[in-house]
Design a protein around this ligand. Structure first.
Ligand code: 5AD
Ligand code: FES
Length: 352
């Protein structure tokens, strides 16, 4: 087994065994990494050309009943400033976003009991009837199958629920008692079964993570075969139990983006805000390692800083219009172009 033979196998069969993935991640040379980048970028370009999809992210509630140990919005963080957008405010974010060319809106929030199925379905219906040509993505945490079905029936198209880590014992170390990897994964399978375009994902360099954990994450994504996968480096938040844990590595995050692209060629893969937070050119590098999506923030500027999952989050002072202009310029600087498009998953795509 050599790293090059594993990379070759990833390129041709889009698969690798657990042992191969562990060996690869543990033994990568700079030359290997460059080869991964080249191959992943070529694969992304074959599927998407130089087009980058944009998603307008609306962080509509910083209230969360959950207590994930890594997250700045965890219930136990008494210092977090809690806000909740009204339905009107959410719609006005969409309005602004639509004018700027967004055709996907992502409503993301903590697990906030105020947004019952009834309330949330109302929001979904209003957005879908006002913007029938847009896709609506929800990212509301775990809710249960009944709830997912209602949201889907109300018109939501996509759902993001990162699996965080596929390994049960690692999962237990990142989450409060009662949350399990098994439940999380069952929810993801339910979302897919219901018909959502589904997004999973994980943090890179989260506390206690091993190379074997990452190999299992890659295999979990391969098995679930979601339409989207969000990954970004773990970044400590000062008011969480993980305040003194080291942040995830840029290089490892980029490597995993490339491997994900090779294992799942049509996957919708964002260059995340967390990646942009740990390096000024992080998102650009993400694209060059095979990502094809960016998610600029459409949330009202006055609340941006309060949706603090981790410290030093970028773009907290910018208006939506500035954010999109900035990203368009960043993408252009590396030869890519953001497009006005729903950017649906197309697993049946033939490479261009
Ligand atoms: N660092 C990086 N990512 C984080 N997330 C939550 N907290 C952090 C952190 N400290 C990610 C989780 C979650 C998503 C919304 O943000 O993966 O699913
Ligand atoms: Fe609420 Fe993580 S603890 S989003």
């Amino acid at each position: 087994m050599t790293t090059l033979s594993i990379i070759e196998k990833l390129k041709t069969t889009h698969a690798a065994t657990r042992d191969e993935l562990i060996f690869l991640l543990d033994n990568l040379t700079d030359a290997d990494r460059e080869e991964l980048r080249r191959a992943a970028q070529a694969t992304a370009r074959a599927h998407f050309g130089n087009k980058i999809y944009i998603r307008g992210l609306i962080e509509f509630s910083s209230v969360c009943k959950n207590d994930c140990l890594y997250c700045g919005l965890r219930r136990s963080n008494r210092r977090a400033v809690r806000y909740r957008l009204t339905e009107e405010q959410i719609l006005s974010c969409c309005e602004k976003g639509y004018a700027l060319g967004f055709r996907t809106f992502v409503l993301q929030g903590g697990e906030d009991g105020f947004f019952t199925d009834e309330v949330m379905c109302g929001v979904v219906r209003r957005i879908k009837s006002r913007f029938p040509d847009c896709a609506l993505t929800l990212s509301l945490g775990e809710r249960g199958e009944d709830s997912f079905q209602k949201l889907f029936d109300a018109g939501a198209d996509r759902y993001l629920l990162r699996h965080e880590t596929a390994d049960a014992s690692h999962y237990a170390r990142l989450h409060p008692e009662g949350m399990t990897a098994q439940a999380r994964q069952a929810q993801l399978y339910a979302l897919k079964r219901i018909g959502f375009q589904t997004g999973a994902g994980f943090m890179v360099g989260s506390p206690f993570q091993t190379t074997a954990n990452l190999a299992d994450d890659l295999l979990f994504i391969k098995a679930l075969s979601p339409q989207m996968c969000g990954i970004g480096p773990f970044i400590p938040h000062k008011d969480t139990p993980f305040f003194d844990k080291p942040q995830g590595s840029l290089t490892l995050t980029l490597t995993l983006l490339a491997v994900l692209r090779l294992m799942n060629p049509p996957l919708l893969l964002p260059a995340t805000t967390a990646l942009g937070t740990i390096h000024p050119k992080g998102r650009e590098m993400g694209i060059l390692y095979g990502a094809n999506v960016v998610m600029p923030n459409l949330s009202p500027t006055e609340h941006r800083k309060d949706y603090a999952l981790y410290d030093n989050k970028i773009c907290t002072g910018d208006e939506a219009a500035e954010c999109i202009r900035c990203l368009a310029a960043r993408m252009q600087s590396i030869g890519y172009q953001i497009v006005t498009d729903r950017g649906d998953y197309r697993g049946d795509w033939q490479p261009l």
